[in-house]
Design a protein. Structure first.
Length: 403
């Protein structure tokens, strides 16, 4: 009972160790008597070696992953598949070595089968480079991966460099690694190797690997220093800019540009003018209307060199031209106000001319002020009263005497 348990633990240890070590040995499948024996594969370097009991002047190596076959010829017992043509191995591959001696062909074939349970490897692996030197890689957890599965990302710029593990992982709500952030990434003319493996206490996790040319995943920055010079007499504008900043090239001829111009008054309308220029840092806009104001934005893409051919980010919209004398909406508002005032004035004039104004607004008489009397009139009244009073008194006296 102890022996079987020990054998089981030994097999589990070997399976766990196999994905970590770079070399993997397979046995020949087709020709037991072939002089080409002991094929060994270093999958990290994509290097295959073997032992030959015969002297051959040339060997032919091949790898087939189902998507196509790659063949190379070498003089010795080692062949290395270059990164720019090496296929990923996470789905398995067939390797073979063939040699010819005196019209007799000898070969040795082996099949690489990735270790681990199906459905435990990551899916949807992707990376993007932005802001010149920052890179983000993301992936999804394998659909059948155990709950305690943890993933680890390794990458290698060239076969001569050492593999480096991610320094800043992105985690999901369960604490599992689902991404990685990189800083100070330098884009080189080599193909970069990415590999994500995993670990779990419950099962062996399959790895996932990819070969990526870093320049193909770079999101280009907007063109820099956009300036516009307009000539109102000739009714034309010259738009200048500088190439976007990238880490691996300083040549202007590596880019093409798309120039997009719209009316500011209606930026959502169909593009007024779109032009793609090759290897030029300026554009002459001839449809310039001196009474209009425009918005221009520019983006870049690679047209040569090792620059991503996908369109990059747009520059911030830049205004140029003159303001419109009056916009259609303002013209409608102004006409409405003028018409309203004109109707009001005509109504007032009509009412005054026909007498309707007095009927509608009769004049209110001003009340008299008893205390406000002219001085001369008051004096005359006082004198008259004085002259009348004595006569009255005299008549009364005479009447009394006669009695």
């Amino acid at each position: 009972m102890v022996a079987p348990l020990g054998l089981i633990f030994m097999i589990q240890w070997m399976l766990l160790f196999a994905p970590v070590c770079g070399a993997w040995r397979c046995t020949d499948l087709e020709m037991p008597d072939s002089p080409i024996r002991n094929l060994t594969l270093n999958r990290r370097k994509m290097e295959m070696s073997w032992v030959s009991s015969m002297n051959f002047t040339e060997y032919s190596c091949s790898v087939n992953t189902g998507d196509g076959e790659i063949k190379i010829k070498v003089k010795d017992t080692t062949c290395m598949f270059e990164r720019n043509m090496a296929p990923p191995l996470h789905n398995g591959a067939n390797f073979s070595v063939t040699a010819v001696n005196i019209n007799t062909t000898y070969s040795s074939i082996c099949t690489f089968i990735p270790q681990g349970m199906p459905g435990t490897a990551i899916t949807n692996f992707s990376c993007v480079i932005y802001n010149v030197s920052l890179m983000n890689c993301t992936w999804h957890v394998g659909r059948d991966a155990p709950g305690d599965t943890q993933y680890f990302l390794y990458w290698q710029n060239s076969g001569e460099e050492e593999e480096r593990e991610c320094e800043l992982y992105v985690k999901d709500e369960n604490g599992r690694h689902t991404g990685c952030q990189f800083q100070n990434v330098m884009i080189k003319d080599t193909t970069t190797y990415f590999m994500v493996n995993g670990s779990s206490k419950d099962s062996l996790i399959r790895f996932h690997d990819e070969y990526i040319k870093l320049y193909t995943i770079e999101k280009l920055m907007p063109p820099l220093n956009v300036t516009i010079n307009c000539d109102g007499i000739q009714k034309g504008c010259i738009i200048h800019w500088q190439r976007p900043q990238i880490s691996h090239s300083s040549k202007d001829e590596c880019f093409k540009y798309e120039v997009d111009i719209k009316h500011k008054a209606n930026p959502e309308e169909k593009t007024k003018d779109t032009y793609i220029t090759e290897r030029k840092n300026n554009y002459s806009f001839q449809n310039f209307n001196t009474k209009k104001r425009y918005l221009v934005k520019i983006r870049a893409a690679g047209s040569a060199c090792l620059v991503n051919t996908a369109w990059g980010e747009w520059s911030a919209p830049l205004e140029f031209g003159n303001e419109e004398v009056i916009s259609p909406s303002m013209l409608i508002l102004l006409l409405t106000v003028v018409a309203t005032l004109l109707v009001a004035v005509l109504t007032v004039l009509f009412c005054k001319r026909t007498g309707y104004w007095k009927a509608a607004f009769p004049q209110i008489p001003e009340p008299k002020n008893a205390f406000h009397v002219l001085p001369d009139t008051a004096l005359k009244t006082e004198c008259e009263m004085q002259s009348i009073t004595p006569e009255t008194e005299e008549i009364i006296v005479l009447a009394e005497v006669m009695k």
